[in-house]
Design a protein around this ligand. Structure first.
Ligand code: C2E
Ligand code: MG
Ligand code: MG
Ligand code: MG
Length: 287
């Protein structure tokens, strides 16, 4: 095998780099086209109060209904558009679509709050609040309190001053704000203090092993205690079994979301799910 000279190495590097860039460019073009062709859809996953059985809202999760590849998850296309203007365009489509859906459910007699995920690039843009107000204004029938923004703990910290201002404006408007995947980032307690009103959404990582790993259980207990002390709402993600739900209730966490309650589903399936859902008997009896 021949040794590459420095020059050749650079040459190969350039080609790989060029391929990568062109690949990304092609993907961006495809995603932009898909947005225009209305190939994106939101699925909705219920969030429930395990003790009372009340469905407190749903989280909107984006999917790409690809004409050939079927339903494509966000992990495939969101990283491609990160830091690109398309991330803002798609983010605004998500908010607008969620507001339309709230209106549809409201008209059908189902007042269901919807949480939407907001990407870092979208959140950090200077126009974020103005555009959010604009979108809310185009849906005058929808109360802003029906909307919640979920922001990754790590994205919130990228520019804490900017985000603190957004959290405050949202509170004034009545829009809720939650720190998603809480516990996996590096949100210090001092930062939490700068984000008053932000709810905590505990990452599913801790819920997954809470019954077998005492440290995960301790983390959950600490975050629930933190939420109580700061008077913040707290939600547990990734509840897959009734036992996990019972254990969370014991720790004082009442609101949960997860495959054990419902998988994300198309909007049209939500009314039927709502009419059929009943919490496991063990939950209402838990101390
Ligand atoms: P996330 O906001 O933390 O959403 C929870 C993810 O966990 C969803 O995956 C959901 O389907 C999955 N999940 C829910 N319950 C369970 C469970 O019991 N067990 C397991 N193993 N998983 C569960 P999904 O839909 O693939 O979304 C992944 C991430 O992509 C989301 O994490 C969110 O960060 C991002 N995302 C999704 N939709 C959007 C969007 O419209 N905009 C932006 N910016 N990000 C989005
Ligand atoms: Mg989320
Ligand atoms: Mg999450
Ligand atoms: Mg996540």
């Amino acid at each position: 095998q021949a040794k590459l000279t420095g020059k050749n190495r650079y040459h190969l590097f350039d080609i790989a780099q060029d391929r990568k860039l062109r690949g990304r460019h092609r993907s961006l073009t495809r995603i932009g086209r898909a947005l225009g062709a209305q190939e994106f859809v939101l699925h909705y996953q219920p969030k429930v109060n395990m003790r009372s059985g009340v469905v407190v809202g749903v989280e909107a999760l984006i999917r790409w209904q690809h004409p050939h590849d079927g339903l494509v998850g966000p992990g495939v296309f969101l990283p491609v558009i990160e830091h690109h203007a398309l991330a803002i365009e798609l983010g605004e489509w998500v908010i607008d679509t969620a507001l339309c859906q709230i209106e549809v459910w409201q008209r059908a007699g189902l007042p269901l709050p919807v949480s939407v995920n907001i990407g870092a690039h979208h959140l950090q843009s200077q126009i974020f609040m103005d555009r959010l107000r604009g979108l809310l204004a185009t849906h005058p029938e929808v109360s802003p309190s029906m909307l919640e923004l979920e922001v990754l703990e790590t994205s919130a910290l990228e520019n804490i001053t900017h985000v603190a201002r957004i959290v405050e404006s949202c509170a004034e408007l009545g829009v809720s704000f939650a720190l998603d995947d809480f516990g996996t980032g590096y949100c210090s307690l001092a930062y939490l203090k700068r984000l008053p009103h932000a709810r905590l959404k505990i990452d599913q990582l801790f819920v997954r092993d809470m019954l077998i790993d005492p440290e995960d259980r301790a983390i959950l207990e600490a975050v629930v205690g933190l939420a109580k002390a700061f008077r913040r709402g707290v939600v547990a993600e990734g509840v897959e079994t009734a036992e996990q739900g019972s254990a969370l209730l014991e720790l004082g966490c009442e609101v949960a979301q997860g495959f054990g309650i419902a998988r994300p589903m198309p909007a049209e399936h939500v009314p039927l799910w709502l009419s059929r859902w009943q919490p496991p008997a063990a939950w209402s009896g838990a101390a």
